[in-house]
Design a protein around this ligand. Structure first.
Ligand code: Z5A
Length: 249
């Protein structure tokens, strides 16, 4: 390639990497800016004691080790305003709220969480790992609680618009096993703990139904194995669906 053509190509490449900022009609100012890759949104779902928090922490470490910016968060909660709604909802042990009222509360929290935590992190190129998200509303308030699916869809659109997780890991195990794990843990009871086995079996069916309907977004992870075995399956799913290469467990 001759020297003049090489320098023309170089100039064109440089100008493609610049964002133009300026009011219409005025001469544009050129700011060289780093080109940010958008972050990814990963959610962890499943019944009580399935190991979501344990596994989210291990995946966050693995992603951070390959120099990705990570935000770990949870629902309900994840922003100061949403944490206040969480305290109200989970603390309302004796409130006679029906499933639609619960869905309204988690949706209000979700909207605040998205505005103040999730969207800003994704816009800044960070990977967001969220312990429970909207599939928990479908399972708890919909499948197990009886709230109509159309109402839950409408509420989701109000809170999140078109945003969907890039990957949802559904940690699946029999309700008895999850409840035994959760019972072995210390801590005060909340609104959802202590519900009967039938409720927890419906939750499991609800999560598996979501996975069947959205196979492009969801991966069902067998959560009956030990912590390392489950994490290996999760890293394999992240590699396969999101194209990351992670250290082995
Ligand atoms: N909720 C709702 O109703 N609607 C909604 O839209 C949303 C939420 C978003 C939040 O509870 C509640 O809000 C939740 C649903 C409702 N109801 N409940 N209950 P939370 O945030 O306080 O808790 P949780 O999400 O239910 O967490 P969890 O299920 O109790 O735990 P986990 O995160 O799945 O598991 P873990 O804490 O990682 O592990 C539990 C124990 O098992 C712990 O001692 C671990 O060391 C142990 N563990 C973990 N993995 C293993 C393996 N593989 N083998 C053996 N032991 C293990």
């Amino acid at each position: 390639m001759n020297r003049r053509r090489a320098s023309r190509l170089r100039r064109r490449r440089q100008s493609n990497n610049l964002r133009f900022v300026g009011a219409p009609g005025r001469r544009a100012t050129r700011h060289p800016e780093p080109i940010l890759k958008p972050g990814k949104f990963i959610t962890f779902e499943g019944g009580e004691g399935a190991g979501k928090s344990t596994q989210a922490a291990l995946l966050a470490d693995a992603l951070a080790s390959i120099r990705l910016g990570i935000v770990r968060t949870r629902e309900p909660g994840g922003s100061p305003g949403a944490e206040r709604i969480r305290a109200l909802l989970l603390g309302g042990i004796d409130e006679a709220w029906d499933a639609v009222t619960e869905a309204l509360l988690v949706t209000a929290a979700r909207r605040d969480h998205l505005r103040h935590t999730i969207r800003p992190a994704l816009d800044a190129g960070r990977w967001v790992l969220c312990d429970r998200f909207a599939d928990s509303t479908v399972a708890y308030q919909g499948f197990a609680g009886g709230a109509p699916a159309a109402d839950l869809d409408a509420l989701y659109r109000i809170a999140a618009g078109d945003l969907r997780p890039d990957l949802t890991l559904i940690l699946d195990l029999p309700a008895e096993q999850g409840l035994a794990r959760a019972a072995a843990r210390q801590g005060a009871r909340d609104r959802f703990e202590g519900r009967n086995l039938e409720f927890h079996a419906k939750l499991r069916a609800g999560f598996l139904d979501v996975a069947r309907r959205e196979p492009g977004r969801c991966v069902v992870i067998d959560a009956t194995g030990d912590i390392g075995t489950v994490q290996r399956a999760i890293r394999a799913a992240a590699a396969d669906r999101l194209g990351v290469s992670l250290p082995s467990v």
